[in-house]
Design a protein around this ligand. Structure first.
Ligand code: LIP
Length: 264
């Protein structure tokens, strides 16, 4: 079995186990553990517990690999492989009891600069919906046993998704971006989990997605799933503090890039 397929299988297994833990903790009641960059940027006890489980499973299965997670110390490892993990993506949804949250696990090689790395495998598991999205480099993207493909035709305009950061001072600029992008859209969705938004682009449930300010763990698995489903993913203003991620089928990605590069 190729390394990417082996990693995709491992990521999927761990994402399922971690997601079931997150779902149990949600049913038991969620406790706020702390706030981070702003009052709106929360972390729950479950975020930390789920990341600890994922980290321990990877330590046993892949000793020496690096780890870059949202809620714990980074570790560069010594194998050249790094696991990029968001234990609960869509944390605010999770805290409010909205089912659109996911566990995102990716294996990358060649450093941890988003999209400069070589993504080998990714898994996004949505516990409340019981859906596992996976991709292995060169082996396609899947929802369970179902092969995924991005959309290619948007005669009524593109169904797009986006998101907004935790810093309220960024909202005006992001809303101006939405106004610009709506010229190519039929409608807009704001799901609250970047990993799920990307998985939905890969599954053809969205035509495209754009969002400023994502962290590596928000996008690592979902970006590979989109590419392996025949789509394109680009980080505009990659060197800035709030790079713009765009994702979609080839045509939608090109149209998003045309509008957003002008704006940048
Ligand atoms: C979230 C992203 C979402 C974004 C939120 C937040 P978290 O990640 O998945 O797309 O709009 O601001 O960054 O914090 O739930 O892991």
């Amino acid at each position: 079995m190729s390394l990417s397929l082996e990693f995709a299988e491992l990521a999927g297994e761990i994402a399922r186990e971690a997601g079931e833990l997150a779902r149990r903790r949600r049913d038991e009641g969620v406790r706020l553990a702390a706030t981070k960059s702003t009052l709106a940027d929360i972390v729950t006890d479950a975020d930390r517990e789920v990341e600890e489980l994922i980290r321990e499973r990877l330590r046993v299965a892949r000793p020496g690999d690096g780890f870059l997670g949202e809620e714990s110390e980074a570790d560069t490892g010594d194998t050249g492989i790094t696991w990029v993990v968001d234990p609960i993506d869509g944390t605010v949804n999770y805290a409010y009891g909205i089912p659109a949250y996911s566990v995102s696990i990716a294996a990358v090689r060649g450093g941890t600069v988003p999209l400069e790395w070589e993504a080998l495998a990714g898994a996004v598991f949505a516990p409340a919906m019981g859906e596992l999205f996976t991709a292995a480099l060169g082996h396609g993207a899947w929802r369970g046993e179902h092969r995924l493909a991005v959309t290619s035709d948007t005669p009524a305009g593109a169904l797009l998704a986006t998101g907004f950061g935790y810093d309220p001072t960024t909202h005006d600029g992001d809303l101006a971006t939405v106004r610009q992008v709506m010229t190519m859209a039929r409608d807009l969705r704001r799901g609250g989990s970047a990993a799920l938004d990307l998985a939905y682009v890969a599954a053809g449930r969205l035509d495209g997605y754009f969002e400023r300010g994502l962290r590596p763990w928000d996008l690592a698995a979902g970006a590979l799933i989109v590419v392996e489903a025949g789509g394109s993913v680009t980080l505009l203003d990659a060197a800035s503090s709030r790079p713009m991620l765009i994702a979609g089928g080839i045509d939608v990605h090109a149209r998003l890039r045309g509008i957003l590069e002008e704006k940048a």
